[in-house]
Design a protein around this ligand. Sequence first.
Ligand code: GUN
Length: 287
Amino acid sequence: MSARIIDGKAFAAQLRRRVAAEVDRIRSGAGVTPGLAVVLVGDDPASQVYVRAKGRQTVEVGMESFEHRLPDTTSEADLLALIGRLNADVRVHGILVQLPLPPQIDPAHVLDAISPEKDVDGFHVVNAGRLSTGQEAMVPCTPLGCLMMLRAELGVLAGKRAVVVGRSNIVGKPMAQLLLADDCTVTIAHSRTRDLRAVVRSADIVVAAVGRPRMIPGDWIRPGATVIDVGINRIAAGGKTRLVGDVDYDGAADVAGAITPVPGGVGPMTIACLLSNTLTACCRIHG
Ligand code: GUN
């Protein structure tokens, strides 16, 4: 194995320390405590784990955490009413509605009801539009975390050939926008891309965000490339389940210059960026 391992856990711990110091500053200076409201509808087990982790880390950096757990029979109207109250609540600087939502609720209606200034997930169309037109935006947490690690690993990204595999609104599209804003030459590849192997092989930077276990074999990676693996896939292995990424880690680590592991790569950075976005939202009001 030759690749450097990009330690997302260490990056996330460092970012949380910076956020905690700023929270301290704004609490003692402006007398304001940044607050994050997390809304969970239903009892999806993975969502429960994420929401618990978000609440715990919010408190650990000195922010206020407001958790709203609603039954999976909640109507869209009731959820929209709660979002209206959170939009108006001055103690709440960030609002996150955990996805997925139960089938009776249209996520687009809900995400677009969140005030764009409190949209710490960066999923509101206004924030997507701001990002894609180069204006100040709330940036989705997962691609933001990927960008921070890429900048730390590579320094200036200008001129690099970046391939983003996956075109979701949550990761693929905003990731491509961020890389473009840093002057990369960006390709978005997806399930209909012809000769995906050749496309991936052309990249100095590969961001894999397809949600398919080990879909990208090691021999697709250009020697020395930087690989960011967003996938968190549960697979059965020897009677247990284990987490693997979208990239075949062992194969890719032989040829890549640097690579994020799964777990311990992108995952920890996502929550740290959520805290950072909440702080940003608070600072835009209270300096
Ligand atoms: N569900 C899985 N990932 C996310 C995320 O980043 N934000 C929200 N709101 N829900 C999710």
